[in-house]
Design a protein around this ligand. Structure first.
Ligand SMILES: NC(=O)c1ccc[n+]([C@@H]2O[C@H](COP(=O)([O-])OP(=O)(O)OC[C@H]3O[C@@H](n4cnc5c(N)ncnc54)[C@H](OP(=O)(O)O)[C@@H]3O)[C@@H](O)[C@H]2O)c1
Length: 300
């Protein structure tokens, strides 16, 4: 399959491009800027040229405006990318008979539920980022009923600052005390696991399995940021660090965050007919591969 990936320099995009390069599929990596193949997804002319030049079998859209707080100020820009850009891709994918796989977010939910969300639950975003991502989903589905939408959450990887890398930096710096939010719950997912799931979906398409609609593409289960941090500290073998629990509100961030967005991935497990690792297995693999070489712990 010829697979085109937008947002190729992003945290997910770079892991996904690596995964596709290692597979039998042909990769067309598309960047926002730079010297390689570029495209601004808000520019319909650019998107049309890109798709008509390459005629990919599959387009994976990992491009987005992901700075949640900036989306509150830069509303026009956020809407142009997270809604308008997605609409461009969906319409032109349909015109050129490419299958679009679009990445979305747990932030489409209100976070008021106390049990894991399923894909049919009501969407009610509490901030502008979630709102424009939801509008992007709706625009994509309206333009192109075959679109596959993957709602993911709490991504981490080896590139770009994220919760896991910041915590590992604190551990390496031998900090004695750290403050972690204890009143927000979600499904932490590595970009490596998400890339594996995406390639499994691509393989299902190759096998002509019928797959379209919305799926939660996350590690199995969920936790609070505090439980996640405690688990990371434990697997790093660190004992002399104190965690001070803090509230989300105390951070005083411009955008409200949904409180409880653990996502059920049962629908995706059924369609792929394979078990998805738990968030604990996912982080153990990630830290094992990247940070604990030859069985050495980070510091005792
Ligand atoms: N990170 C998370 O925790 C999280 C959670 C849930 C869902 N998601 C979703 O997962 C997907 C990937 O997120 P990520 O964390 O990998 O984001 P990321 O690291 O910020 O990557 C996004 C990429 O999109 C590119 N981009 C931005 N505007 C563009 C435009 N107009 N045209 C083309 N490319 C553009 C960016 O390029 P520049 O940097 O050059 O602008 C960047 O390379 C997104 O759809 C996001 O909504 C992320």
């Amino acid at each position: 399959m010829k697979i085109l990936v937008t947002g190729a320099a992003g945290m997910l995009g770079s892991a996904l491009c690596q995964k596709i390069s290692d597979s039998e599929h042909q990769l067309i990596a598309v960047y926002h800027s730079g010297q390689n193949q570029t495209c601004d997804i808000t520019n319909r002319f650019d998107v049309k040229k890109l798709i008509s030049d390459h005629k990919p079998d599959i387009i994976i859209n990992s491009a987005a405006h992901c700075q949640v707080d900036r989306c509150e100020e830069d509303q026009e820009w956020a809407e142009a990318v997270n809604n308008g850009g997605v609409k461009n891709l969906a319409e032109l994918a349909k015109e050129y008979k490419s299958q679009l796989i679009h990445i979305s977010t747990d932030f489409v939910y209100s976070g008021k539920a106390r049990q894991p969300y399923v894909e049919t639950d009501q969407c009610e975003p509490v901030n502008k980022y979630g709102l424009y991502k939801l509008r992007g989903e709706l625009a994509a589905q309206e333009a192109n009923p075959n679109v596959i939408i993957l709602r993911t959450a709490w991504l981490y990887g080896a590139t770009r600052s994220n919760f896991v890398l910041r915590l590992l930096d604190d551990i390496k710096a031998q900090k004695k005390s750290i403050a972690i939010v204890n009143d927000k719950w979600g499904s932490p997912t590595s970009v490596i696991l998400l890339s594996d799931l995406i390639v499994k979906i691509v393989d299902s398409i190759v096998q002509k399995k019928r797959i379209s609609g919305i799926y939660h593409a996350v590690a199995t289960g969920g936790c609070s940021w505090l439980e996640f941090a405690e688990y990371i500290i434990r697997i790093c073998g660190v004992r002399d660090i104190t965690i001070k629990p803090i509230s989300m509100e105390s951070l005083g961030l411009p955008a409200t965050r949904p409180t409880h967005t653990i996502l059920s991935n049962q629908k995706l497990q059924s369609v792929l007919q394979s078990e998805i690792p738990t968030w604990r297995q996912d982080i153990e693999t990630f830290i094992g591969k990247n940070y604990i070489k030859s069985g050495k712990k980070m510091h005792a």
